[in-house]
Design a protein around this ligand. Structure first.
Ligand code: A2P
Length: 274
């Protein structure tokens, strides 16, 4: 599995399993178990998903060693606003049954994110977390954060898929040595069906004997974006990591880029109400 080295020196696998909306309990446990069996070594959760406990349980029960798995979780907005990051990370460590987290992210730029970041720098120095980053940050948020930060975020996890290629933000981050991760890479939950039926994606897939989802995942890898497809289905989980045996041509990459309509499926980072 291809990896990227973060500014911390730690490597992150290019494809991770997303578990947003997977129910705590059987659904999440099965998804993580199937993912590890299929070769995933990167799981992306968040406190607010409510399934850290099942992610932790599935990892513990698997035959894969903890240190071989890259685990991301995120600091939720309430904890950012209330200044309770320390309690939040302790709760996450406990729920996940681990003594360190690979990547801890500020989930959204909620009021108080600068102070939360300074606390996260402490967690990093203490070894509670191997790498730290942000999510849903735009330039305006970095403009506020960077003058106060001692450590530049190592990652920015943003909405990105062929309808929201997000190259301006990606290039801004890459210039700062901030690696980018794509959430809702397949077009997100109930709307993924529509994107994955797109003629351009389907016909590119046919050339390589791959599905539209595999084409989109591969497109992210080739544009150096870490990609977090969500699935709770055993076959689709396996399919989504079976993307290392083909390479999209320059023309195909361009055709996918051209599907951009700057359309979001999630909230706008500069105007969200949660
Ligand atoms: P399911 O969990 O039933 O597989 P995103 O990652 O953009 O949020 O998209 C997730 C949605 O896409 C989920 O509804 C998921 O459904 C579906 N999905 C995930 N992988 C595939 C795939 N390979 N083919 C078709 N749909 C997929």
């Amino acid at each position: 599995m291809e990896k990227i080295k973060l500014a911390s020196g730690h490597e992150i696998p290019m494809v991770g399993l997303g578990v947003f909306k997977a129910q705590n309990g059987q659904e999440t446990e099965d998804s993580v178990k199937w993912a590890l069996e299929a070769g995933y070594r990167h799981i992306d959760t968040a406190m607010i998903y409510g399934n850290e406990e099942s992610v932790g349980k599935a990892i513990k029960e698997s035959k894969v060693k903890r240190e071989e798995i890259f685990i991301t979780t995120k600091l939720w907005n309430e904890d950012i606003r209330q200044g309770s990051a320390r309690q939040a990370i302790e709760n996450s460590l406990k729920a996940l049954q681990v003594d360190y987290i690979d990547l801890y992210l500020i989930h959204w730029p909620a009021k108080g994110f600068v102070n939360a970041w300074l606390e996260m720098e402490e967690f990093y120095k203490e070894g509670l977390v191997k790498s730290i980053g942000v999510s849903n940050f735009h330039k305006v948020h970095f403009d506020e954060l960077l003058p106060k930060a001692n450590i530049v975020p190592m990652v920015n996890q943003i909405e990105s898929h062929p309808r929201l290629t997000n190259y301006d933000l990606i290039n801004y981050c890459k210039d700062l040595n901030i690696e980018v991760q794509a959430w809702s890479p397949l077009g997100g939950g109930s709307t993924a069906k529509e994107l994955l039926a797109n003629d351009v994606l389907v016909s590119i897939g046919k050339k390589y004997n791959k599905s539209a989802a595999q084409v989109v995942i591969r497109w992210n890898i080739q544009r150096n974006v870490i990609v977090l497809p969500k699935s709770s289905n055993k076959d689709r989980i396996a399919q989504n990591i079976d993307v290392f045996d083909f390479e999209l041509s320059k023309e195909d990459m361009k055709s996918i880029d051209n599907l951009n309509t700057n359309s979001r499926v999630g909230s706008h980072p500069e105007n969200f109400n949660f």
